[in-house]
Design a protein around this ligand. Structure first.
Ligand code: ADP
Ligand code: GLC
Length: 487
């Protein structure tokens, strides 16, 4: 019999709450699974901001969880524009506060993150085992990243339980806490063991998923291989290598209902592969928005992302003066490390006609950058999947990416051979150095100066199909394997 009922556990869902790509995935994979006739229900912490966006939620049930004095309420809503059920785990002392899902308004981690995501996981455990009073019980629980890593561990301690899958979106964020914090969580002491969730003297939430889930995956085939090596394994490479038979890579999809230049309400002019000339209007609008001179012919390079070491913005900053001698414009949208934010701001003051940055989070502007820029730069040091390069392909915006993780699985380098056989879709470079980045941009600029060739490469990119349907089918296969392994 094929599997039907799936509980999708996540700490971010677009459009309720988002810090990065996990929210995009959580807002679209369940929809794609539902289109394959599965009953998928999402469970998410009831952060204040998320509940405000959800508006009309209905209180379904209330129960207590081990280790918390306050009862948990489950509120039901729907993913906007779909029939996918979303259950918000409401525990006001843990989630009803201003700020982000993991940090306060100043960007500092909430001091009680371990307690917050333990309460969340305890509530998920009850739902998963049909003990929450919801008259529904999943056959499989799909957890994502460290915030739900405890769930497979708690379920493994149960006699009767659903199958479990754990997806690693980013191995560098592990949810590590001290022994003292562990003591406050009221968890079974057996979890503090190197064979369970102890990791070099700390309690590791992500290990719960890696050790105890029936199947594990990450968000690109390439990253699935990389994380079994010391360079990318963040100390967990040996454990991951020992579970190789249960570890697969499934590329993220793109939600083309949100990211489609032919229908994008955030663009000043929509376009498709046959009306690429309309990009010019978006480029002009983008230059206006960023207070850069309107120069239709000047190559415009866009970057969007969390300003953290992973994304390699520092590589760009290190080479900026040389890059700007090439008569290009650069626009950046992002927020994160204060030092990177400051360096970017200084660059905009120094080069007001060529560099502009918007420090902050702005969904609409992200779309305009994809629509208006000529090139999109992602010099990531590592990248489990990456979504913006996939969006760039569809927007006819040439991706310039490092050959790592999912970037290497999604962009095909414009080598002579790939150009000749019409597979080239972007520029790919190897070394995480400022010089390699500069050379890659130079290669892209050389292509830009050959308009017919340039258009052909953009056209190839726009034909690529990274829709969720294919990936959702792969997830169904993964779920089946998890069910078999469990039994
Ligand atoms: P990650 O999850 O590592 O941050 P991804 O490329 O998978 O990287 O996803 C990032 C998502 O977050 C994309 O949808 C991107 O457009 C969005 N994003 C990141 N930073 C910002 C920002 N400052 N403003 C708007 N959207 C952003
Ligand atoms: C992570 C990764 C990113 C990936 C996203 C969604 O945040 O950094 O590469 O695309 O998760 O899976």
């Amino acid at each position: 019999m094929s599997l039907r009922d799936i509980l999708f556990v996540t700490s971010e869902v677009h459009p309720f709450i988002k810090t990065g790509g996990l929210a995009d995935v959580s807002g679209s994979l369940p929809v794609a699974l539902r289109a394959l006739r599965r009953d998928v229900r999402i469970v998410l912490p009831a952060y204040r901001a998320a509940l405000q966006r959800a508006r009309n939620t209905v209180e379904m049930t209330q129960f207590s969880v081990h280790g918390s004095d306050t009862p948990v309420t489950i509120r039901e809503g729907r993913l906007p524009g779909t029939r996918v059920v979303v259950w918000f785990v409401d525990s006001p002392p843990h989630f009803d506060r201003p700020g982000g899902p993991y940090t306060d308004e100043e960007g500092r981690d909430w001091p009680d993150n371990a307690q917050r995501f333990t309460v969340f996981s305890r509530a998920v455990e009850k739902i998963a085992c049909g003990e929450a009073g919801l008259a529904w019980r999943p056959e499989l629980v799909h957890c994502n990243d460290w915030q739900s890593g405890l769930v497979p561990a708690l379920l493994a301690l149960r006699g009767e339980r659903p199958a479990t899958v754990f997806t690693i979106h980013n191995l560098a964020y592990q949810g590590l806490f001290s022994w003292d914090v562990f003591q406050t969580l009221h968890l079974p002491q057996t979890l503090w063991s190197m064979h369970a969730m102890e990791f070099y003297g700390q309690f590791s939430f992500i290990k719960g998923g890696i050790v105890f889930a029936d199947m594990i995956n990450t968000v690109s085939p390439n990253y699935a291989r990389e994380i079994t090596t010391p360079e990318f394994g963040c100390g967990l490479q040996d454990l991951l290598a020992s579970r190789k038979d249960r570890l697969v890579g499934i590329l993220n999809g793109a939600d083309y209902s949100q990211w489609n230049p032919a229908k994008d309400p955030h663009l000043v002019k929509t376009y498709n592969a046959f009306t690429l000339e309309h990009k010019a209007a978006n480029k002009a609008a983008l230059q206006d928005r960023f207070h850069l001179p309107r120069e239709p012919k000047t190559p415009l390079i866009g970057l969007i992302g969390r300003l953290v070491e992973q994304k390699g913005f520092d590589l760009l900053l290190a080479v900026l003066p040389q890059l700007l001698q090439r008569q290009v414009q650069v626009v950046v949208l992002g927020s994160g490390d204060k030092s990177l934010e400051d360096r970017l701001k200084r660059a905009t003051v120094e080069y007001p006609r060529q560099v502009s940055a918007h420090i902050g989070y702005d969904e609409s502007l992200a779309h305009l950058i994809e629509g208006g820029a000529d090139m999109f730069l992602m010099p990531s040091r590592y990248e489990p999947c990456g979504l913006n390069q996939i969006y760039s392909l569809r927007y006819g915006t040439l991706p310039i990416v490092r050959r790592t993780g999912g970037l290497a699985n999604t962009v095909i380098d414009a080598t002579e051979e790939n150009i000749a056989n019409r597979t080239a879709t972007g520029v790919v470079f190897d070394d995480a150095t400022p010089q390699a980045l500069l050379q890659a941009v130079d290669r892209a600029l050389a292509l830009y100066r050959q308009p017919r060739l340039w258009k052909k490469i953009l056209f190839n990119g726009m034909q690529q199909d990274f829709s969720w349907r294919r990936s959702a089918r792969q997830y169904l296969q993964l779920y089946q394997r998890a069910l078999q392994i469990k039994d």
